[in-house]
Design a protein around this ligand. Structure first.
Ligand code: HEM
Length: 399
């Protein structure tokens, strides 16, 4: 069925539990219905699941802004649940200023400096997992690694780091509707927000770490001292849950594709492309939104000012118009152009860190483990934005 403007209208609710559990049939239907579609449960939203349109929207920050929120709710009409992010939920000129600081701190060159420490942790963790043999890929591996290396690099103390998981779960759930997932995530918060903000303060951050470097940028006048804690918060909200699920999804992909794992084991230098392909194949961040800043068009179709635009990143990453045999996990594919880390001015500022973590974990695994066997059915942790596993029983066969 089409609406008045000729846009196909579909019945799907992307946030329904069965759709979150298995989004692929919906992705297919939305992608094939047209370049943009409407979803009946959300009349003020237009959605795209095709790579060309998702990429175009993400790369047009003039017509499609982030300042009114990158989730379903429209901050022009609703109050955000927390003070807005000064980078993710900001537009130029503010975004340009804050982004310059964070991208310098997380530049590939700067990230090289943490490589040795990150590699040692990956090796030690994989040794412990191999010694166990049977592991839960999420709790014993995917969660432990980012929770150790990333807060260490930011300069956050050891105590209470599990709060980062609770906070990340809320932040990413808050980008969906006010459903049960969001209510449950909010109910778990307790004093977590205070813990997060307390740990963003300068006196709690190790001198020289990524967090402290934000305050140094404030000292240099590049940003204000009031902005600094909120930018540290961006690291803590965006830098943990995302990589946990990126690594968890990569383990899931490799465990379910023994042939691909065998290729990785035979040539551990494929660790980086294997992680990259997992980002494409099972995208951690399933969706991000923009808001139309004015009456505009997508693929020639009129889009009204203030419409929310839902970009199905995960579906774009399996668009057959862009990728040959898109449902195949192929570690030698080199999937450049995927949008799992976004695209355009908001493209993930932490991507060098994310890629480093993924590469080091998969590389350490490839060198020590001959085969990964699925040791039981995995369980999902449903989240309004993230594709996440709760458990992933695995048997690691030592090399
Ligand atoms: C596999 C792991 C990761 C994934 C899948 C991921 C995904 C994304 C995506 C899709 C965006 C674009 C959002 C948009 O367009 O609205 C983004 C932005 C961002 N990411 Fe990541 N991310 C990951 C890791 C990280 C890490 C490790 C950090 C911190 C060091 C981080 C910090 C950020 C920040 C601050 C932004 C906002 C950038 C901006 O608005 O200019 N991310 N990320």
């Amino acid at each position: 069925m089409n609406d008045n403007a000729g846009i196909p209208e579909l019945d799907f609710d992307p946030y329904a539990p069965d759709v979150l559990t298995d989004p692929y049939p919906m992705h297919h239907a939305v992608r094939e219905a047209g370049p943009i579609v409407k979803l009946k449960p959300y009349p003020t939203v237009v959605a795209s699941a095709r790579h060309e349109q998702v990429h175009a929207v993400l790369n047009d920050h003039v017509n499609f802004i982030s300042g009114a929120g990158v989730g379903l709710s429209n901050f022009n009409k609703e109050t955000p649940f927390r003070p807005k992010s000064l980078i993710l939920e900001a537009d130029p000129p503010l975004h340009t200023q804050t982004r310059a600081v964070l991208s310098r701190i997380l530049s590939p060159k700067a990230v090289m400096q943490v490589r040795t420490a990150f590699a040692a942790e990956a090796d030690a963790l994989i040794d412990r997992c191999v010694a166990k043999g049977r592991i839960d890929g999420i709790h014993d591996l995917a969660q432990l690694y980012p929770l150790k290396v990333f807060p260490d690099a930011v300069g956050v103390g050891d105590e209470g780091r599990e709060n980062l998981l609770i906070y990340g779960d809320l932040v990413f759930n808050s980008m969906g509707p006010r459903n049960e997932l969001l209510a449950k995530a909010a109910a778990r918060m307790g004093p977590v927000t205070e813990w997060i903000m307390a740990n963003c303060a300068r006196d709690r951050l190790r001198p020289g770490g990524f967090g402290d470097q934000i305050y140094q940028a404030a000292d240099a006048g590049e940003i204000t001292h009031e902005q600094a804690p909120l930018l540290v918060r961006s690291f803590l909200s965006a830098g943990v849950d995302t990589t946990i699920n990126g690594i968890g999804n990569a383990l899931f992909a490799l465990a379910n594709h023994p042939g691909e794992y065998a290729r990785l084991h035979a040539d551990p230098s494929l660790a980086r492309p294997a992680f990259e392909e997992a980002l494409r194949w099972e995208s951690t961040a399933q969706t991000f939104f923009r808001t139309a800043a004015r009456d505009t068009t997508i693929a020639g179709v009129p889009v009204e000012e203030n419409s929310k635009v839902l970009c199905f990143l995960a579906a774009a990453n399996r668009d057959p118009r862009k990728w040959p045999d898109p449902d195949r996990y192929d570690i030698t594919r080199r999937p450049s152009g995927h949008v799992a880390l976004g695209s355009g001015i908001h493209g993930c500022v932490g991507q060098a860190v994310a890629r480093l973590e993924g590469e080091l974990v998969l590389g350490a695994l490839a060198r020590r483990v001959k085969a990964i066997e699925v040791a039981g059915p995995p369980t999902r942790r449903l989240n309004n934005t993230l594709r996440a596993l709760d458990t992933l029983p695995l048997e690691l066969i030592a090399a």
